[in-house]
Write a protein that binds this ligand. Structure first.
Ligand code: SAM
Length: 281
């Protein structure tokens, strides 16, 4: 049984863990979750590595993880400000308040009460998701209890960072890096990198135009120094191809297609999605 995130995070790898985790390189002592999001991945390998770094560019998101590791304070605070069913005005006020004076507890409360639990930021990095007529419930209590009792056992092993991924140092050949970036930019017909991302997500605003190329170079540096990487993502979606994943596969890196719950591919109307993991080991 895997430990679920406390935030139903957009793009969470929770449902794919049984296919992803057996493929990690456990010969390395250190682990880096470069794009930790809701934390489904790092929280499920805490017993497998000596030291772990969990990083994400969204500071308040990392703030939630950090606070949960330390104490119950953020739990009490979030519960006390989280809107419930039928409280759209409270949600509106909280969103305004978060956008002028952000804190981890406010972000968590917003995520729990947002449409489909999905966070969304606009191009100016302001939270703009709508009210989902939901809030903190019994299932949140259960998830929080399981999550905190797990991570707190490993308190001394975990370090949190909130940096653009390429500022995480590649310091040795002893690290297993897991990269689960936002949707990549598409490959143009001539093979060059396109401007558009392969699909939409609420954190796409944080993914800059040259980040795919930076990530490609970053993964190559990991390979050159002798550390290990796994990158996951959508290779094909709706007749579009991810430039970076396609390039890594064409260079001969080992890859596996992930099987969704029901089928090899997920279909929304006539849209076909293929998700892969690519490894340098
Ligand atoms: C696909 S999600 C990761 C989901 C995560 N693996 C999980 O299971 O919850 C991608 C994450 O990348 C973060 N991100 C976007 N741009 C980034 C950057 N330049 N550096 C680091 N993190 C970034 C987003 O905030 C988002 O949380």
């Amino acid at each position: 049984m895997y430990i679920d995130s406390v935030m139903n995070y957009t793009g969470s790898k929770f449902k794919l863990l049984e296919q992803i985790l057996p493929e990690f390189d456990y010969t390395k002592p250190y682990f880096v979750d470069l794009f930790c999001g809701g934390g489904s991945v790092y929280t499920n390998v805490l017993d497998k590595y000596e030291k772990l770094i969990a990083n994400d560019i969204i500071k308040d998101l990392v703030g939630i993880h950090k606070s949960l590791l330390e104490s119950d304070r953020i739990i009490e605070e979030t519960k006390s400000i989280c809107p419930s069913k039928g409280q759209p005005e409270l949600f509106g006020k909280l969103r305004e308040d978060y956008n002028s004076n952000p804190t981890p507890a406010k972000l968590w409360a917003l995520m729990l009460s947002s449409t489909n639990n999905m966070m969304r930021f606009n191009q100016k990095f302001k939270y703009n998701q709508t009210f989902g007529d939901r809030g903190w419930n019994q299932s949140t209590d259960k998830k929080v209890e399981t999550f905190t009792s797990n991570i707190r056992q490993y308190k001394d092993k975990i370090r949190f960072k909130s940096l653009p991924f390429d500022q995480i140092e590649i310091s040795s050949d002893k690290i297993m890096f897991y990269a689960d970036p936002p949707y990549g930019r598409i490959k143009n017909e001539d093979g060059s990198i396109g401007k558009k991302q392969i699909s939409e997500a609420g954190y796409n605003a944080f993914w800059k135009e040259d980040d795919d190329i930076k990530l490609y170079n970053y993964l190559k540096s990991i390979d050159e120094i002798g550390s290990s990487f796994m990158v996951s993502g959508v290779l094909y979606h709706d007749n579009k191809t991810s430039w970076m994943l396609d390039k890594l596969i064409s260079e001969g890196y080992r890859y596996k297609e992930l099987q969704f719950d029901y089928n090899k591919v997920s279909r929304k109307g006539d849209k076909v999605t293929t998700e892969v993991i690519i490894m340098n080991y």
